[in-house]
Design a protein around this ligand. Structure first.
Ligand code: WT7
Length: 632
């Protein structure tokens, strides 16, 4: 690719280059940004449509863009139905392994049967096109079936990550006004049974819209079932209504496929809304090109399907591409730190896609664990969720990838639906950089006035164009969507603001630095400081709270909190533990603060906004910066 060899770069091997799905980047990139609509129409042509589009891109109501408007499609027609007519029919679609060693496999034909049955169950419960079904599940095949069953009948899924707890679930059910909740008795983690149903029960009490709860049996917990509301899936599947044939609903390209809640700067999490057509095109194209997907590949995205990574790159993208997907429910180091490496060897995984925090977590157990296993099936590796530190990158590349697997570092967001910045397998790599924009995207780094900053200068990361995988709106709040993400430049052109800071180096490689807003990335999970704070304030002894993220070796960031107690109450170690546990039970373990510090006051602006950056600077012993807006 490059005439001269740059010592900072890692070059792909000839075997990688020879079989690449995309053998050249620059020319194709130029073409894709100069002929954006043609480029995306060509990609869309690889999918199955009931009816083709009237326009590729409709910009008449920007920033509310429409893609493939006028077309009829269903993403499930592409993810399943089409495969039943060709050699993929009997190919493995899902390989699942449970933590305690259970194994379940589904061919595309088997997947279809499960999804049809589930869809029929949903229909019999009165679920119709456009209804929002909330799903709260562990990482089991039924989670995937439930998502696809909703999509198949034109219903909209709202998956709440199984690691979240009562309040997080209740508020999401409420916002979506879901009538139906799909859950399970529980999951497994580190040999223990995680009790999901009682969390769901409490959430249903707090959010009265749920009329029907479908429960999957996954462990041996004795759970409380309310006779008129709660049903076991296996009972429903035994009924004549749950036949194994179900017609896929024809939906419009712009019909909603799912909402997925994600944290923002302030207020409640936003339900990002994605649609059938553009999302199908975007997830499958990015997956096929960036990860060189081949028909015989076994693909393992070790995320949870409950996050966008799982929606786009466990479920939709890979299934549309007819890949075999690996799904594992359990801890990466249980019972021993070789669990993942054993899975790779056992199933002959070809591509592993995971997060820097998972890599750092496994790296700390040393090379001897991966070295016990034959990892030679691996061809490509991937990273997502936060910037990957060069040390973890090199370990991943050398120890796991045997110096021969390129690392596809993908920058994207819940809002973007799919990869926005990522290398192709042929791209020379620099550890820690997600490299260059994906096809069709023009990215820039700008200052507060919207002017591009110089080489290696830090600024705001923006996207200068619409793309098919973009979220269409914030559920029920168009204004919030437009205000939060979009602005117009001097020429009136619409610009998407990502919320990250970044730099571009002398080779035009993009280096994402981190969030600029009050969003925390903890172990790659996205949380709002406001969510942690409101969980703290919901405790009767707390009057005010502030949360900040401080650097942490394994988690990337760890949550530190500052709390003002009710008058007369004295904070001690015991109360600190109680407050940490309280956040854990309201929000979920991932939101549990590292520490709670009791304070008398919090630094605030004159308008009363907590200055978290001041707290952070103090904690790190850094310069507190401009304090002119600080009160008193
Ligand atoms: C935020 C979005 C998209 C899947 C998982 C996260 C950070 C994500 C990278 C990367 C540097 C990254 C950004 C972004 N981020 N991938 N490869 N390099 N930072 O989705 O939960 O919506 O979070 O994650 O800060 O804004 P999300």
């Amino acid at each position: 690719m490059n005439a001269s060899v740059n010592p900072d770069m890692f070059y792909p091997g000839q075997d990688v280059v020879d079989q690449a799905n995309v053998s050249e980047y620059e020319k194709m990139y130029q073409y894709s940004v100069e002929n954006r609509e043609e480029f995306w129409a060509e990609q869309a042509d690889t999918l199955g449509w009931y009816k083709k589009w009237d326009s590729v891109l409709d910009e008449s109501n920007a920033p509310f863009y429409k893609w493939f408007d006028g077309a009829e499609i269903n993403i499930v027609h592409n993810a399943i139905d089409r495969h039943l007519e060709n050699a993929n029919r009997n190919k493995m679609a899902i390989i699942w392994e449970g933590e305690n060693g259970q194994k379940r496999n589904f061919s595309y034909n088997g997947l279809n049967r499960e999804v049809c049955q589930f869809a029929n169950v949903l229909k019999s419960m009165g679920v119709e096109k456009g209804d929002i079904v909330t799903i709260y599940m562990p990482q089991i095949p039924e989670l995937v079936f439930a998502m696809l069953a909703c999509a198949k009948i034109g219903a909209v899924h709202s998956v709440v990550y199984g690691g979240f707890s009562t309040e997080a679930l209740a508020s999401r059910i409420d916002d979506a006004h879901s009538r139906v909740l799909i859950t399970a008795d529980g999951g497994w983690r580190r040999g223990k049974q995680i009790d999901l149903k009682s969390i769901a029960n409490e959430a249903m009490q707090r959010s009265p819209s749920i009329e029907v709860c479908i429960c999957v049996k996954n462990n041996e917990l004795d759970v409380e079932m309310e006779p008129t509301r709660d049903f076991w899936l296996h009972d429903l599947k035994a009924l004549p209504i749950a036949g194994s044939k179900c017609e896929t609903e024809q939906t419009s390209s712009e019909d909603p496929l799912f909402i997925l809640y994600t944290s923002g700067t302030t207020g409640t999490p936003k339900g990002m809304l994605h649609t059938h057509g553009g999302y199908a095109v975007y997830t499958s194209t990015t997956h096929r090109m960036a990860f060189d997907i081949k028909p015989q590949d076994r693909w393992w995205c070790a995320a949870d399907p409950g996050w966008i990574t799982g929606h786009s790159y466990i479920v939709y993208g890979p299934l549309i591409n007819g890949a075999t997907i690996m799904l594992y429910e359990g801890a990466p180091n249980y019972p021993y730190p070789n669990r993942w490496w054993q899975i790779i060897e056992n199933y002959g995984i070809n591509i592993l896609y995971t997060s820097p925090t998972a890599i750092r977590g496994l790296m700390r157990f040393g090379e001897r664990w991966p070295k016990k296993h034959d990892l030679s099936s691996l061809r490509l590796l991937g990273s997502v969720g936060e910037p990957i530190n060069p040390e973890a990158w090199k370990w991943y590349h050398h120890v796991i990838g045997n110096d021969k697997c390129p690392i596809i570092d993908t920058w994207w967001q819940t809002e973007t639906g799919g990869f926005m910045i990522c290398p192709l397998p042929i791209t020379p790599l620099k550890p820690g950089s997600a490299t260059k924009p994906f096809f069709g995207n023009e990215m820039a780094i700008v200052d507060d006035d919207g002017n591009e900053v110089g080489t290696n200068e830090e600024g705001k990361l923006i996207v200068k164009n619409p793309w098919p995988g973009m979220a269409r709106t914030v559920f029920k709040d168009d204004q919030r969507y437009a205000d939060l993400y979009w602005s117009q430049d001097k020429d009136g052109k619409w610009i998407y603001l990502a919320g990250d800071s970044a730099k571009k180096d002398e080779d035009d490689y993009i280096w994402v630095i981190g969030r600029m807003d009050e969003v925390l990335k903890v172990s790659g999970y996205r949380l709002g400081t406001s969510e942690v704070e409101s969980a703290l304030v919901s405790h009767p002894m707390v009057t005010e709270a502030a949360a900040v993220g401080l650097p942490h070796e394994l988690k990337g960031n760890a949550i530190h909190t500052y709390v003002i107690l009710q008058a007369g109450i004295v904070g001690d170690k015991k109360l600190e533990q109680e407050l940490r546990a309280h956040v854990g039970s309201e929000m979920g373990k991932i939101a549990m603060p590292e520490c709670v510090e009791f304070v008398e006051s919090l630094p605030k602006t004159r308008s009363g906004k907590i200055m978290r950056r001041v707290l952070k600077a103090r904690a790190l012993g850094q310069d507190e910066g401009d304090l002119s807006t600080l009160e008193e």
